[in-house]
Design a binder for this molecule. Structure first.
Ligand code: PAF
Length: 285
């Protein structure tokens, strides 16, 4: 695996791979890699086929952090990430500085999403998805991938990236990888490292709550009120969980559903101490 830090090195390395007939798969990350990121490498490689050339970007994007969020303390460990990426078969690691990505400071031109970005997480993180889509669009332009892989855990992000690709005609196939979980159900996140032991234990209530709703749906319940109550009861029983939102939405429009079906997505965000976690499930599994 080669690591590059500049846009010109990145473009040259990708052009050389393309010249050899490679299909380029991109896995955008903010680093501090876990098995979820690494499974996206597998997904990108499988989708790209035998001529795959996998580029992973590793960049903590300041544009997507709001005031008072964890930009400064977001975990960073390039040597660790490089070893993990190389071990999983990444071909090219792009680890730029902020100056390299935004040489003129905050870009004057950004990708501004519509009101789908103001729901769910976006309601509590104004500007977050503008920052995400802007950096993803920039990475698509720098790498020119045939496909790019995003994790299901960041469900709203994946939906908005898909929408951007469709509506702005990026020639990129989007591959969505499943949420990777610890054996006890906690969704993997780079932010899990912040959790104090008691909060780590309490955080199990998140997936338990979503699973409870899924169980009730499996018994035939399609009323959103009942399904949300099944999940909220589990969350309410865990006082360390400070729920930010719990919603049952359509997977394309992100609108709240009137009647649940197997495609409906239950999504939540909650604080455990100072740490904000998100999770979601598709009701039909
Ligand atoms: O999901 C993430 O880690 C980030 O939001 C992404 C897609 C790499 C953009 O910075």
């Amino acid at each position: 695996m080669r690591t590059v830090t500049t846009r010109s090195e990145l473009r040259a390395a990708v052009a050389a791979a393309r010249g050899r007939g490679a299909r380029i798969g991109l896995v955008p990350t903010m680093g501090y890699l876990h098995q979820g990121h690494l499974s996206l490498v597998d997904a990108a490689r499988a989708a790209a086929g035998p001529q795959a050339f996998i580029v992973m970007s590793l960049f903590v994007n300041p544009l997507q952090f709001g005031a008072g969020e964890d930009l400064e303390r977001y975990p960073r460990d390039l040597p660790r990430d490089a070893a993990l990426a190389a071990g999983r078969g990444v071909d090219l690691l792009f680890a730029p500085t902020v100056d390299q990505m935004y040489p003129a400071g905050e870009p004057q031109v950004q990708v501004v999403p519509g009101d789908m970005a103001d729901r769910l997480c976006g309601a509590f993180r104004p500007g977050h998805f503008r920052g995400v889509l802007t950096v993803v669009a920039k990475l698509f332009n720098l790498v020119g991938p045939d496909l790019a892989a995003f994790g299901r855990k960041d469900f709203q992000q994946a939906v908005l990236v898909r929408r951007m690709v469709r509506e702005l005609d990026f020639p990129v196939e989007i591959v969505m990888g499943p949420t990777a979980r610890e054996a006890d159900g906690l969704a993997l996140s780079s932010r899990n490292i912040y959790l104090a032991p008691a909060d780590r234990e309490a955080a199990l209530a998140l997936f338990r709550a979503l699973s409870a709703a899924r169980d009730v749906f499996a018994l035939g319940q399609t009323d959103p009120g009942h399904l949300l109550t099944a999940a909220r009861d589990v969350l309410d029983a865990e006082p360390r969980v400070k729920l930010q939102y719990l919603e049952l939405v359509d997977p394309e429009s992100l609108d709240p559903v009137q009647t649940a079906d197997a495609r409906s997505v239950m999504a939540l965000a909650a604080y455990l101490g100072p740490t904000r976690l998100i999770d979601n499930v598709v009701l039909g599994g």
